[in-house]
Design a binder for this molecule. Sequence first.
Ligand code: ZN
Length: 298
Amino acid sequence: MLARRSVLTALPALALAACAAPTSTLPAGARAAGAAIAAGPGAVPAHGAPEAPAPTGPARPPRPGLEQVEHEFAGRLPSAWGLQVPGVVTRVAVGSVALTFDACGGPGGAGYDGRLIGTLRKHGVPATLFLNARWIAANPGAAAELAADPLFELADHGTAHRPLSVTGRAAYGIPGTASVAAVYQEILSNRAHLEGLAHAPGPWYRPGTAYYDDVAADVVRAVGLVPVNFSLNGDGGATFSPAQVATEVARARAGDIVISHMNHPGRGTAPGYEAALPRLIGMGITFTTLSRAGLPWE
Ligand SMILES: [Zn+2]
């Protein structure tokens, strides 16, 4: 089983500008310790295409209905808020790096960075792609193509791209969800889109802006998914220059979950990865999807 671990350190504010305020200025990427996905048998041993299917565990229990979840969380008030709160996974417990790319959609960025995806394919580097419902609606062809590519797994980046809160707390000026019911809807409406696209989307959730409160993070688990964030910010919400992206991504080491964005073609993300990936591969760094790093119900 995936152990819940307390978060030991707090990240400085890391604006995920592509998810929020595009004009935000960002510090250089930062690392932090946090919960890790338990080691699983399916880590990709090389940077090339996965050599074995993702491990399969026991069947997941049926997803609880809204009334059951509302009853379970009735009266619970959050005590933590941020990019890392208790129960949110920020690292993988295997000897590989997990690259994750958000596709946020909406007026702040509904593009498709085909150059970035092409770079991953060229090097055979797997990744977990967090798709928002608005991005899927704007890019149905690309979404279907990515779902059919075994190099990638799809994961849930929410429906309306809200910070995940049970009290309406905002991040970067974007109001969060304001009830358990709204959290449930934000997670699962998009999950239905993902399940229509992919046979088995990964059981991972990352909210718009990447902000959670601890109760909302527990709701993610209550509906059978795992709340995920990151240990390394690769592109500063798609605001970094190519050189900054290359520098930050090249810092990735075994266990890191790297966040970047695939919805801003023309920014620094794609050229930054083009520079960083050959360096990492040359150092012997290997890559994994989150699912291949270990399933949460094992
Ligand atoms: Zn986003």
